[in-house]
Design a protein around this ligand. Structure first.
Ligand code: GRG
Length: 309
């Protein structure tokens, strides 16, 4: 990867994100219209909009562009991955799981929908998004060879299933509570499945739809797995640093007292070093790509490493 000062100036991350987020939101709006039966589509849209940071769709599009593809080829996958991510929030917030009242700054799906439509509708919003995500991939993708579509669909299903999100959630629930401290290996395993798997699917699908070679796809796969884990390590670090800020910069107290985190297992300093290491190892995977084309991926990795929310 070679870069000149001039090239670096050309890429503006904030503008890039702002533009892509608008385009992703428009595509999601088209993909999940408010149609009959209204209540279920309303429930699906309730959790999709206005949404969060849209990191996964951004990664999908950036990976597609990194291998020289046009974002239109990756947009159905970008929408699909956001639908699966949103579905996982809906399930995660349910009374039988985390029982959360708020998500993305507003009442959780089941809190609102259960008032409006009786209890039986709330899990269906997640189910509807999951199945629609697969339909999106299979039908909305145009001009891509069928074997690539199939490979991408497989990536997404694998990331959602019993090797990915479902496994991560199951392990997380098993290891939570009773003041358990899990081993580093188990913690990493949970995060690889619960968080990194969907990052990986986002990036790999983008690269597949962009026409990437097998070698490029595999490099980007490792990149994505590293930044997926990085995302979680940073999350754990933020738990500590945020809580010490809230305590008026007194001794750091972990907000999530009953969960094992990287700072708890490694200490804050070592956890920070680990985050830096992951970021370095991730961007190393991009060395053989054209710098200009991977600038958004590099910037996204950096954003994940330095984010404050
Ligand atoms: C039913 C197939 C199926 C799967 C669901 C419930 C479940 C299994 C998994 C839970 C997965 C989960 C909630 C993971 C958290 C991942 C994570 C890092 C969330 C934070 O993502 P951000 O910060 O959120 O990107 P925004 O709101 O910005 O999109």
């Amino acid at each position: 990867t070679t870069t000149t000062e001039e090239e670096e100036k050309i890429f503006n991350f904030e503008d890039y994100v702002a533009e892509k987020v608008i385009q992703v939101n428009e595509a999601l709006d088209d993909a999940v219209p408010l149609k009959y039966p209204h209540k279920i589509h309303e429930a699906m849209r309730y959790s999709l909009f206005p949404g969060g940071k849209r990191i996964r769709p951004l990664l999908c599009i950036a990976a597609c562009e990194a291998v020289g593809g046009h974002q239109s080829a990756a947009m159905p996958a970008a929408c699909a991955v956001e639908m699966i991510h949103t579905m996982s929030f809906i399930q995660d917030d349910l009374p039988c799981m985390d029982n959360d009242d708020l998500r993305r700054g507003k009442p959780t799906n089941h809190k609102v929908i259960s008032c409006v439509c009786k209890h039986f509708l709330y899990p269906l919003a997640g189910d509807g998004l999951f199945v629609l995500a697969i339909e999106q991939m299979a039908t909305a993708t145009r001009g891509v060879a069928p074997n690539r579509v199939l490979a991408a669909v497989r990536e997404l299903i694998k990331a959602g299933g019993a090797e990915g999100l479902v496994a991560g959630q199951a392990e997380d629930l098993r290891c939570t509570g009773n003041n358990q401290t899990v081993k580093l290996e188990t913690l990493e395993n949970i995060h690889l499945r619960k968080t990194a798997a969907l990052f990986e699917a986002s990036v790999v699908m983008g690269a597949i739809f962009g026409g990437g070679t097998d070698e490029q796809v595999e490099k980007l796969r490792i990149f994505a797995r590293k930044i997926g884990l990085l995302f979680q390590v940073v999350d754990d670090i933020l738990d500590v640093t945020r809580s010490s800020e809230e305590l008026g910069k007194t001794a750091g107290k972990d907000l999530a007292a009953d969960k094992t985190t990287y700072p708890k297992l490694l200490g804050l300093e070592k956890a920070m070093e680990f985050a830096e290491k992951l970021n370095g190892e991730a961007t190393e995977q991009l060395m053989d790509f054209e710098w200009k084309k991977v600038a958004p991926l590099v910037a996204l990795a950096d954003y994940i490493a330095r984010r404050h929310n």
